[in-house]
Design a protein around this ligand. Structure first.
Ligand SMILES: NC(=O)c1ccc[n+]([C@@H]2O[C@H](COP(=O)([O-])OP(=O)(O)OC[C@H]3O[C@@H](n4cnc5c(N)ncnc54)[C@H](O)[C@@H]3O)[C@@H](O)[C@H]2O)c1
Length: 375
C-alpha cells in the first residue's frame, strides 16, 4: 500500500478530528458549552524529536492556541526542527532548564496546560553517564510539578515510555505491557523515567494535581536525531556505511510513527481523565534485523551493510504494548502502518539531507547558540 502522505507530514492532522471537542483549558464543572478563554500551552523539550513534531502538529491543528516551548537546547535540541513556526506570533521559545525554578516559572506563568517531553532520552548515554538522567528526568520533573501546583495549571501531561515496564520475553508473543504492568526498569534511562512517573502520580494523590501520564513505545519519523537506531540506519545506508546491529539483532521494539504519538497526546490532553495513565503502542513489532532489512530494501542498498556489534549492556529483549484502554476510552489507534511510516521516513531523510548533515557536522549547534545569545 502506498504511503498516505497527507497523514505523514510532521505537522499533519491525525485521524482523530473528534479530539477538538474539548480544549486544554477545559475543566469547568459547568455542563454548558465552555466559554473559551485564551489557551496557552507550555511544551517542555519542544526542540527535540517528539516535542518538535508535537508543536508542529498542534500549531497546524489548533491555530488559535499559544504555545510556549521551554528547552535547554542540549545536544538533542535543535531549533532547526521548528523553522516552520518560528515566526508564528502564537509560538514563543524560552531557552531554559526544567531543573531551574526561575526558568520554569517564567515559562509556565500564564499557561493553562503543560505537556512535558523534556528529558535525557538515549539509553546508551544513560549507561555511560547516568547522573544527568536523574537530574533532568527526576529532578526536572519535580521542579515542573511544584511550579504547576503553585501556578494552578489546569492540565499537566507527562510523556513517558514503555521502557519503565522492563522487558518481555521473545517466546510469549501474547504477553503485552498494559497500564497495570508492574514497573521494572532495567537501564538508568528507564529508571529515571520510572521515577518521574511515580512523582507525577504522587502529586495527583497528594496535592490533587490535575495530571495525566502516557507510556509510549518507540517512535520514529521526521526530525529524529541520528543517534537513534532508525535514523542512524537510514543515514548510514544513504552514505554506504555499515548498519550496526546490537548482539543477535533479535531484540524487538514496537514502533509508532511520531504523528500518531502526537495525536494520542492531543486526545489525552483534551479528553483524558485526570490521574489516569494511557499506554500507547504501534502494533508494529520488529527486531533489529527486520528494521535494517526494510531500510536497505527501500534504499536499494546491499544486505552486506549489516554488521553485528557488541550487545547493549542489560539490553531489553522485547517491548510491546496493549493500547486497548486509550482505544476504547478515547478512540485512538495508530493510523500509520510500519511499512507506510518507514517508507515516508526514509523519503523525509532523502529530502532533508541538509538537516541531518548539519547534525552530523554539528553545524546545527550554531543556530542553537545564536538563539541562546539573543535571549
Ligand atoms: N523517542 C522515543 O521513542 C520515545 C518513546 C516514548 C517516550 N519518549 C519520551 O518522550 C520525550 C521526548 O523524547 P524525544 O525522543 O523527543 O527526546 P529528545 O532527546 O529528542 O529531546 C529531548 C529534548 O529535551 C530537551 N532537554 C533536555 N534536558 C532539558 C532540561 N534540563 N531543560 C529543558 N529542556 C531539556 C533537549 O534539549 C531536547 O530538545 C522524553 O520524555 C522521552 O522519555 C520517547
Amino acid at each position: 500500500m502506498p504511503p498516505q502522505s497527507q497523514n505523514l507530514s510532521p505537522e499533519s492532522d491525525s485521524q482523530n478530528s473528534n479530539s477538538q471537542v474539548l480544549k486544554p483549558h477545559f475543566r469547568s464543572p459547568s455542563p454548558k458549552p465552555q466559554v473559551l478563554s485564551p489557551k496557552k500551552l507550555l511544551v517542555t523539550g519542544g526542540a527535540g524529536f517528539i516535542g518538535a513534531n508535537f508543536i508542529l502538529y498542534m500549531m497546524k491543528k489548533y491555530p488559535d492556541y499559544e504555545i510556549v516551548n521551554l528547552d535547554k537546547l542540549t545536544y538533542a535540541g535543535n531549533l532547526e526542527n521548528l523553522k516552520d513556526v518560528e515566526n508564528n506570533p502564537n509560538y514563543s521559545f524560552i531557552n531554559g532548564d526544567i531543573c531551574n525554578t526561575d526558568d520554569v516559572k517564567k515559562a509556565m506563568t500564564g499557561c493553562d496546560s503543560v505537556v512535558h517531553f523534556a528529558a535525557e532520552s538515549h539509553v546508551d548515554r544513560s549507561i555511560t553517564g547516568p547522573a544527568i538522567f536523574v537530574q533532568t528526568n527526576v529532578v526536572g520533573t519535580q521542579v515542573l510539578l511544584d511550579v504547576a501546583r503553585e501556578l494552578g495549571v489546569e492540565r499537566f501531561h507527562h510523556v513517558s515510555t514503555d521502557e519503565v515496564f522492563g522487558t518481555l520475553s521473545l517466546e510469549n508473543k501474547s504477553e503485552l505491557f498494559t497500564e497495570n504492568t508492574s514497573y521494572s526498569p532495567r537501564s538508568p534511562y528507564s529508571a529515571s523515567k520510572a521515577g518521574s512517573d511515580h512523582l507525577v502520580r504522587a502529586y495527583v494523590e497528594t496535592y490533587n494535581l490535575p495530571a495525566t501520564i502516557s507510556n509510549c513505545t518507540n517512535n520514529y519519523g521526521p526530525y529524529h536525531f541520528p543517534e537513534k537506531v532508525i535514523p542512524l540506519f537510514i543515514t548510514n545506508a544513504m552514505a554506504d556505511k555499515s548498519l550496526p546491529i546490537y548482539g543477535s539483532g533479535k531484540a524487538v521494539r514496537d514502533y509508532l510513527y511520531v504523528t500518531d504519538h502526537c495525536s494520542a497526546i492531543d486526545l489525552i490532553l483534551h479528553k483524558g481523565k485526570i490521574g489516569e495513565t494511557y499506554c500507547i503502542g504501534g502494533d508494529s513489532e520488529r527486531n533489529g534485523i527486520e528494521v535494517a532489512d526494510t531500510i536497505l530494501k527501500i534504499l536499494d542498498k546491499p544486505q552486506t551493510l549489516k554488521t553485528y556489534v557488541e550487545d547493549r549492556k542489560g539490553h531489553d529483549m522485547r517491548y510491546a504494548m496493549d493500547h486497548s484502554k486509550i482505544s476504547k476510552e478515547l478512540g485512538w489507534k495508530p493510523s500509520v502502518s510500519f511499512d507506510q511510516g518507514i517508507t515516508a521516513t526514509v523519503e523525509w531523510y532523502k529530502q532533508n539531507e541538509s538537516w541531518w548533515k548539519r547534525i552530523i557536522s554539528k553545524e546545527y549547534l550554531d543556530s542553537n547558540r545564536a538563539e541562546a545569545n539573543e535571549q
